[in-house]
Design a protein around this ligand. Structure first.
Ligand code: AHG
Ligand code: MN
Ligand code: MN
Length: 315
C-alpha cells in the first residue's frame, strides 16, 4: 500500500494539526500543475501587465496560482490568513478569521522559467497566529522567526510533481502518481549529503556582491572543488542541493542591498527544511531561522546547503 499525505498525521506533535493544511497544499499543487501543463493552450503564458509589491512583472500564472492556493487554504477551514508574494497586504480569510494558523506562500517560484518550460515551484510555511482568535488576524501574525515555524515545504513542478515537506520531524518527499491521482511517499527522511554535489549561484552578479562574497566564493570553490549548477528557480536549486549536496546562495549585491530572496516565504521555509534535513541555512552571520522579521516582504541574503560548504564559504 502506498503511503499518502495522510501519513503526516503521525509525524511528531504537530503532524495531525498540519495534515489538513498540507493536504490543501497538495490539492493546490495538483491544480497548479494542471494549469502549468495547459497554459500554452489557454493563452495563460506571459505577463499579466501588472507589477507585484516587489516591483516585479507579474505573470498571468503567478496570479492564477495565487488564487488557487488561497482557495485551497480557505477550503481547509484551519487558516485565518495568508501572506503571499503576490499580495501586498495580509489576506484575511473572513469566513475562518477565528482559525489558528497563518500560511506564508510564494505561489509560483522561479517564474522566469515559465517561458522556457523550465521547472518552477510553490513554497510555503505555517505559523500559529499570535493574536487572539476573537481578534482580526494582523500582519504581526506573520512576523515570526523561523523558530516558530510549525510546518514548511515546497512543491516542485518538474518532469514529475513533488511535494517535499516537514512538520518538524524530518523532511519527507511525496511524488504525485498520475495513476492513483495522489501524492505517495517516494523520498522518506531526506538527508542532505555531507559532501559532494554542486555550488549554485547567479555568478553574473559577482562584481556587484557585497560582504566580500566574490572572494569568499572563490575560496570555497578552490577548497571544495564542487561542480556548478544553476536553474534560477529556488525550488529546483534547493531540491538538487538537498538530494545531491553542495550549497545554494543568493548574496546581497549593490542593486539588492539586503538580498533578493524573501525572508518569510522563501528563506525561512527553505531554511527550516534544510536544517531538518541536516544542513545549514545562514544569512550573513545569523542563522536564517533566527532572524526576527520586520516586514511581510522583507528580503535577506541566503546561503544554504551542506554544513561543511556553508561553513567554508563564511569562514
Ligand atoms: P519568483 O519567481 O518567486 O520571483 O522567485 C525568483 C527567485 C528565485 O526563485 C530564484 O532563486 C531567484 O529569484 C533567481 O534570481 P536571478 O534571476 O536573479 O538569478
Ligand atoms: Mn520565488
Ligand atoms: Mn513567485
Amino acid at each position: 500500500m502506498p503511503i499518502t499525505l495522510n501519513s503526516i498525521a503521525k509525524q511528531g506533535s504537530n503532524g495531525s494539526a498540519m495534515m489538513p493544511i498540507i493536504q490543501g497544499v497538495g490539492r493546490a499543487a495538483i491544480e497548479i500543475s494542471a494549469l502549468l501543463r495547459g497554459a500554452v493552450f489557454h493563452g495563460a503564458l506571459g505577463a499579466a501587465g501588472a507589477e507585484n509589491v516587489q516591483g516585479e512583472q507579474q505573470q498571468k500564472l503567478d496570479i492564477l496560482s495565487d488564487e488557487i492556493f488561497l482557495d485551497e487554504m480557505r477550503a481547509t477551514g484551519f487558516v485565518c490568513a495568508v501572506g503571499s508574494e503576490e499580495q501586498e497586504e495580509l489576506l484575511v480569510i473572513e469566513e475562518y478569521s477565528h482559525a489558528n494558523y497563518v500560511v506564508l506562500v510564494d505561489p509560483l517560484d522561479g517564474s522566469s522559467n515559465l517561458d522556457i518550460d523550465g521547472p518552477v515551484g510553490t513554497i510555503f510555511s505555517v505559523v500559529k497566529r499570535k493574536t487572539c482568535i476573537t481578534d482580526q488576524p494582523h500582519v504581526s501574525d506573520t512576523l515570526q522567526s523561523g523558530q516558530e515555524v510549525i510546518a514548511a515545504g515546497y512543491v516542485l513542478y518538474g518532469p514529475s510533481t513533488m511535494l517535499v515537506c516537514s512538520v518538524g520531524e524530518g523532511v519527507h518527499g511525496y511524488s504525485f502518481n498520475p495513476a492513483s491521482a495522489r501524492f505517495e511517499l517516494s523520498h522518506p527522511d531526506m538527508r542532505i549529503p555531507a559532501s559532494g554535489g554542486y555550488y549554485s549561484v547567479n555568478e553574473s552578479n559577482s562584481e556587484d556582491w557585497l560582504d566580500q562574497m566574490g572572494d569568499k566564493l572563490d575560496g570555497m570553490k578552490k577548497e571544495s572543488k564542487l561542480g556548478m549548477r544553476y536553474v534560477g528557480s529556488m525550488v529546483a536549486d534547493m531540491h538538487r542541493t538537498l538530494l545531491k549536496g553542495g550549497i545554494f546562495l543568493y548574496p546581497a549585491d549593490s542593486k539588492n542591498t539586503t538580498g533578493k530572496l524573501r525572508l518569510l516565504y522563501e528563506a525561512i521555509p527553505m531554511g527550516f527544511l534544510m536544517e531538518q534535513a541536516g544542513g545549514k541555512a545562514m544569512s550573513k552571520d545569523i542563522a536564517v531561522l533566527d532572524i526576527n522579521p520586520e516586514a511581510l516582504h522583507q528580503r535577506v541574503p541566503v546561503y544554504l546547503g551542506s554544513v561543511a560548504y556553508v561553513d567554508l564559504l563564511l569562514k
